[in-house]
Design a protein around this ligand. Structure first.
Ligand SMILES: Nc1ncnc2c1ncn2[C@@H]1O[C@H](COP(=O)(O)OP(=O)(O)OP(=O)(O)O)[C@@H](O)[C@H]1O
Ligand SMILES: [Mg+2]
Length: 342
C-alpha cells in the first residue's frame, strides 16, 4: 500500500535571515561565473550536490537555491548528518512507528516526510554510514521509503540537495560511500570556492558581519580599520567564511583590533623558514626537530580549524588516530578559538 506523507507537516524556511544576494555571490570572478549557473539549478528540481571546504557557505547556498526553486513554497528541511550519531540518524530521517523499538511509545514522522513538497538538505552526506546509504538510494530512485518498524511504503515529493566537504570520489575509493548513490545525488554539482580564492570579497563580507554582529551585541567597536583589512587580505582563511564570521564576532565583543590582529599574525607564521643562529654552529638535528614540530603544529591547527575543531574529523583528515591527535594538540599547546577569547 502506498501512503502519501501528511500535508500538514511543514518547517518554516527562514529566508529572512539569508544574506543579501550580492553578498552571497560577491564580486570575485570565481563567484560571478558560479552565479550564472545558479538559476539553472534552481529551476530544475534534480538532485544537487554542493561541494566545498568547511565554512564556504554550502548551507547558505542550499537555502538560497531552495528560495529560488519551484518548491520554494514548500518546507526547507535541513539535516546535519555529521552532528547526529549514526544510530539515531535513521529514525531522524525516516521516522518510526509505535513499538518499532524500546521507547517508541508513539509514531513519529522523520525529516524526509517533513520535507514533502519542499527541499530536503542533507548536510555532511559523507558522514552517512553504508546501511543508511542503501535506504537513501531507494528514496532517490523511487521517491519511496518506510518508517522504522513500518510496513507501508510512503511516497514523497521532495527535491534533494546534499553537501559534502570531502571529495566523495575518495570516499568511494576507500569503500565508505556507495558509487550508485553518488551518481544519484550528483546529477548536478557545484563547488564553492575557498575564501582565499575569492579574497577580494573579504572586505564586503567583513563589513556585513561587523554591522550585523555590532547590532546583535549592542557593541561600540569601531569600524574595521584599513590595517585590519590588510591583514585579512594576507590571511589564508583555512576556516573560510565561518572563520571570518567568528573573528568578527570576537572583534565586536572585545572591541579591540589588537586581540584579533595578533591572532591573524600568529596564524600567518608559517614555520617553513626556521630561525637560524647568526653566530655559532647550526645544530642541524636540533633546528630540524624544532622546525618539524612547528610545522606539525601548524598543519594540525589548520586541520582543526577546517573541521570546526571537530577532533574526530580532523584526525581522519590527517590520517592519524584520534588519541594521537589529542596527544599532539596537548604537545603543541593548541586551544580552540572560544578558549582564546577568554
Ligand atoms: N555569503 C555569505 N554571506 C554571509 N554569511 C555567510 C555567507 N556564506 C556563509 N556565511 C556564514 O558563514 C557560516 C558558514 O556557512 P555555512 O554553514 O553555510 O558553511 P558550510 O560550507 O555549510 O560549512 P560546513 O561544511 O562546516 O557545514 C554561517 O554562519 C553562514 O551564515
Ligand atoms: Mg554546513
Amino acid at each position: 500500500m502506498v501512503r502519501t506523507a501528511p500535508q500538514g507537516v511543514t518547517l518554516t524556511l527562514r529566508t529572512d535571515d539569508l544574506p543579501p544576494e550580492e553578498l552571497i555571490f560577491g564580486r570575485s570572478a570565481a563567484m560571478q561565473e558560479f552565479r550564472q549557473r545558479i538559476p539553472k539549478f534552481a529551476a530544475t528540481n534534480v538532485p544537487l550536490l554542493i561541494q566545498g571546504a568547511s565554512g564556504t557557505g554550502k548551507g547558505v547556498l542550499a537555502r538560497y537555491i531552495h528560495s529560488r526553486s519551484s518548491v520554494a513554497a514548500g518546507p526547507f528541511v535541513s539535516v546535519n548528518c555529521a552532528a547526529i550519531p549514526c544510530t539515531l540518524l535513521e529514525s531522524e530521517l525516516f521516522g518510526y512507528e509505535k513499538g518499532a523499538f524500546t521507547g517508541a511509545y508513539a509514531s513519529k514522522p522523520g525529516r524526509v516526510e517533513m520535507a514533502h513538497t519542499g527541499t530536503l538538505f542533507l548536510d555532511g552526506i559523507d558522514e552517512i554510514d553504508l546501511p543508511l546509504q542503501a535506504k537513501l538510494l531507494q528514496l532517490l530512485q523511487d521517491a519511496q521509503f518506510s518508517r522504522i518498524g513500518g510496513r507501508e511504503d510512503i511516497t514523497v515529493q521532495i527535491r534533494v540537495i546534499c553537501a559534502t566537504s570531502r571529495p566523495l570520489e575518495h570516499e568511494i575509493a576507500v569503500g565508505r560511500f556507495r558509487a550508485d548513490l553518488y551518481y544519484r545525488i550528483n546529477v548536478a554539482t557545484v563547488e564553492l570556492p575557498t575564501l582565499r580564492s575569492r579574497i577580494e570579497d573579504v572586505p564586503q563580507l567583513a563589513r556585513y558581519f561587523y554591522e550585523r554582529l555590532r547590532k546583535r551585541y549592542k557593541s561600540s567597536a569601531a569600524p574595521i580599520s584599513p590595517l585590519l583589512l590588510k591583514l585579512f587580505e594576507q590571511h589564508t582563511w583555512p576556516g573560510n567564511i565561518r572563520e571570518l564570521e567568528n573573528l568578527m564576532e570576537r572583534y565586536v565583543i572585545l572591541g579591540s583590533e589588537e586581540a584579533i590582529s595578533e591572532e591573524l599574525v600568529s596564524w600567518e607564521r608559517t614555520p617553513i623558514a626556521p630561525e637560524l643562529p647568526t653566530n655559532g654552529p647550526i645544530q642541524l638535528k636540533k633546528v630540524t626537530r624544532k622546525a618539524v614540530r612547528e610545522l606539525e603544529g601548524w598543519i594540525i591547527l589548520s586541520a582543526l580549524e577546517a573541521n570546526r575543531w571537530n577532533r574526530k574529523r580532523a584526525a581522519r583528515d590527517l590520517r592519524i588516530s584520534y588519541r594521537s591527535l589529542l596527544y599532539k594538540i596537548r604537545q603543541a599547546g593548541l586551544n580552540p578559538p572560544h578558549a582564546r577569547i577568554a
